[in-house]
Ligand binder design. Structure first.
Ligand SMILES: NC(=O)c1ccc[n+]([C@@H]2O[C@H](COP(=O)([O-])OP(=O)(O)OC[C@H]3O[C@@H](n4cnc5c(N)ncnc54)[C@H](O)[C@@H]3O)[C@@H](O)[C@H]2O)c1
Length: 297
């Protein structure tokens, strides 16, 4: 909510939390910052029904302390129960916008919201590997000493420990890593860089028991991309319907994002070893969807 205001993305932001006082207190704190935001923003507290006219709902319900174990899947039961409780209420009230969801396990919850809401394909999108991709590009930039904006790179698969880097697609201003291998800055240990991207969240979590700036910036960017109909390609958790030979699953892959939400899913021609790894990630998500179904009322 802070990023949406500070980045000038939204002018009316409604806060809804099962802990009413928390919403009231956050609302006060956010309103105290409006004076210093680029545009006038109205922050208000609402109930579930009050969300019905939103263009976008950013779903962030959960209990982040449950993943203190170092495994986002430990949030599965609670996240499924909370989402299953409130999404029908929002839909009954008449919500007809787009869900952007961050709640972990992200791909499983995006899949669940799509099922529960019955919204058309594309109107539910998870941040998925958007945050992890930022971690990856930062790690590559750190390794090579070159500015992050020169790299094209992204994470694919589960927003979790099974995610992977499709190294065949990574390039530095159009030059593949193979073409750059004469340059010692590009001879880095790929496994280590991938590990940094996967484990970055835990470094943050360790000292503050949550992650905030990265995910908030990623989710707000996703909302801005929708509001401005940017048709920007972002790696995020989208429904696969035949892409990568998969059905009935959400997974982090690059997709075109615009005013209708997910407007196109990009299918990369991956080499066999990367496709195999992606399939393993997707199998993990399928298994977690099955596990999650057990907690549905
Ligand atoms: N996808 C990502 O990259 C990413 C990054 C960071 C955090 N997360 C996830 O986002 C979620 C939120 O993280 P956080 O740090 O804000 O957690 P948090 O525990 O600090 O806050 C969660 C909030 O959700 C509220 N809530 C729970 N159930 C609710 C319900 N049914 N209706 C309304 N509100 C409800 C709680 O009262 C609480 O205020 C967690 O699942 C976390 O793992 C995902």
């Amino acid at each position: 909510a802070f990023c949406l205001g500070m980045m000038g993305i939204a002018d009316e932001i409604l806060l809804c939390d099962v802990k009413e006082q928390k919403a009231i207190s956050e609302c006060q704190d956010l309103n105290d910052a409006v004076m210093y935001m680029p545009n006038h923003v109205v922050y208000r507290v609402t109930d579930y029904a009050g969300l019905k006219d939103c263009d976008v709902i950013v779903n962030a319900v959960g209990d982040v302390s449950l993943c203190a174990t170092g495994n986002r899947d430990d949030e599965l039961e609670n996240s499924v129960r909370q989402v299953a409780d409130y999404v029908p209420k929002v839909m009954e009230a008449g919500f007809d916008g787009i869900f952007v969801t961050i709640t972990n396990p992200c791909d499983v919850i995006a899949h669940l919201i799509a099922k529960l809401s019955g919204l058309p394909r594309g109107r539910v999108v998870g941040t998925g590997t958007l945050l992890d991709s930022s971690r990856l590009i930062h790690a590559i930039s750190d390794q090579t000493g070159l500015d992050a904006r020169g790299f094209f790179a992204f994470m694919m698969g589960e927003h979790g420990s099974a995610q992977m880097v499709p190294w065949s697609q990574v390039n530095f201003y159009g030059q593949t890593l193979e073409q750059m291998e004469e340059d010692p800055r590009f001879l880095f240990d790929k496994d280590k860089v991938q590990e940094k991207a996967i484990k970055g969240g835990w470094v943050t979590y360790q000292g503050k028991q949550c992650t905030e700036y990265g995910i908030a910036s990623a989710a707000a960017t996703l909302v801005r991309t929708i509001f401005h109909d940017e048709k920007r390609i972002l790696p995020c958790s989208v429904e696969l319907r035949g892409e990568y030979g998969e059905q009935d699953v959400f997974c982090g892959v690059p997709a075109v994002i615009g005013i209708h939400g997910v407007e196109e899913v990009l299918e990369y021609d991956l080499p066999d070893n990367e496709m195999k790894r992606l399939k393993e990630c997707i199998d993990t998500i399928h298994r977690n969807i099955e596990r999650g179904n057990r907690f549905l009322p």
